[in-house]
Design a binder for this molecule. Sequence first.
Ligand SMILES: *Cc1c(COP(=O)(O)O)cnc(C)c1O
Length: 323
Amino acid sequence: MPHVAIEDVKAARETIRDIAAHTPLQRAAGLSEAFDAEIYLKLDLEQPTGSFKIRGAANAVACLDEEQKQKGVVTASTGNFGRAMAHAARKLGVPATVCMSRLVPQNKVVAVRGEGATVEICGESQDEAGLRVAELVERDGMTALSPYDDYHVIAGQGTIGLELLDECPDMDVVLVPLSGGGLIAGVALALKDAKPDIRVIGVSTRRCPAMYESLKAGRPVDVVENESVADSLGGGIGLDNRWSFGMTRDLVGPDNVVLLDEDEIRRGMKLLYDVENITCEGAAAVGVAALAAGKIPDVHGKTVVCLVTGKNVDADMFQSIVA
Ligand SMILES: *Cc1c(COP(=O)(O)O)cnc(C)c1O
């Protein structure tokens, strides 16, 4: 399977400059002491729309041709990607539609509408919302964007890796929250191109280990999708995966993916809050959670970067976890 070209990650940095932020890298003094390592946090939760997804979304929308831009973009993602795509599309003057099932909570509908997208409520499940996406592609010539399995999305996410190479050239280990694999594919590509010895480790929830199981099987497989406190790490990788699976297999591999239980993820969120005063969602805390659970070997004395990917967490849920 082909990889995204590193030149396109470098080009993305320029392309997304006015829409996505260059986020801060912060040394975490408390965590460094706790884990006897140099721990840095890449604070991509400080992006507009509150997650790194804006990088890939902005690049994918910007890379459309003029006709595609006129006809607009569509997705069935109700989470961080739907929001990011809506935001990027509005900035670039491209119409955006997000299809959601009737079961999606009202606050998510409001968040996407607030970013200026058209929301289509259709069906009783996200699969039915997905069918509506296919209809809009067929009928109106809209372009469907995948949150993780898209060439330009992966190139956009890779810009985090380029920023890290500038900010922390001595890093030994980078811990990346892993779901569909768009983030880790782009970041691993950028890092390994410059420094092949950097260890890139994916961290997923055991409640939905789609990439982990697919890597073990040697091909994309379906897993049972259970709810998790790391809700942004839910969902499969698509049996027809074109990019993120092959790149994760080649650049990361099954031996560098760690699975966490719910309690471990909650502990990571609480630790980030108690020690570093950071409020983030479950998916964003898995790097710190994996360190706290002792699941990352050989980190003593090493420089470790954790990607803190998003802050879109329900306030009541967060309070109950850190209380
Ligand atoms: C989407 C998402 C991830 C995982 O990214 P993938 O490209 O699907 O692997 C991690 N953290 C947050 C906050 C996300 O929204």
